[in-house]
Design a protein around this ligand. Structure first.
Ligand code: 5GP
Ligand code: MG
Length: 180
């Protein structure tokens, strides 16, 4: 595995991300929603760095992936909190095709949010298939499959404190190991 962003890089990036969000909202109360499970680690670090009063909630989104390419999106909002009339910030790990955040923004509007913005740790330099772009981005990265700091492959590696590129041979090895 090749480290792309060290623990120190991530710390600095999240700190800057938090100040951009603080600058935008000031002291206005904010409803911050984690898109589970990938944003788990970022979310915990981010909300503790934001200064405004916050309501905190989660929503689950998963794309049925074959290997490492994105598939059909499934959203479970059973744990959502009330967002009616509130300013909502959606937090996700990575913006790849953009399908996840695009869909969830629509959903927050449907739930009656008065404004919806999005923050991500990573934005891939790739072809995004939706028109929207995240409002707050910590890092732009190349189009490689990455794990760590919340991001997984087959639910592994989320606990790594750094972000690493998982090479195709390592992807294959992880898959094979989990099959046995
Ligand atoms: P999108 O809907 O923007 O295509 O994809 C967003 C979701 O795909 C992310 O929340 C994340 O779960 C997953 N994803 C996209 N790229 C990567 C990657 O490089 N590594 C991992 N672990 N997940 C990714
Ligand atoms: Mg995700």
């Amino acid at each position: 595995m090749r480290t792309l962003l060290s623990e120190a890089d991530l710390n600095e990036g999240v700190e800057k991300l938090a100040s951009k969000i603080d600058d935008h909202y000031g002291d206005r109360p904010l409803t911050v929603i984690a898109i589970m499970t990938g944003s788990l680690v970022l979310f915990a670090d981010l909300i503790r760095r934001l200064s405004m009063p916050q309501r905190v909630g989660v929503v689950q989104a998963s794309s049925y992936r074959t290997g490492t390419t994105s598939g059909e999106l499934h959203v479970d909002s059973a744990m959502m909190i009330d967002v009616k009339g509130r300013d909502v910030l959606l937090v996700d790990d990575i913006f790849d095709t953009g399908k996840t955040l695009d869909r969830l923004c629509g959903m927050m509007h449907d739930f009656g949010a008065s404004s919806v913005r999005t923050a991500v740790l990573l934005q891939k330099r790739t072809e995004h298939i939706v028109n929207m772009r995240p409002d707050f981005v910590a890092f732009e990265i190349p189009d490689e499959f990455v794990v760590g700091y919340g991001l997984d492959y087959l639910d592994m590696y989320r606990n790594l404190p750094y972000l690493a590129i998982l090479e195709p041979v390592e992807i294959a090895a992880t898959a094979a190991e989990l099959e046995t």
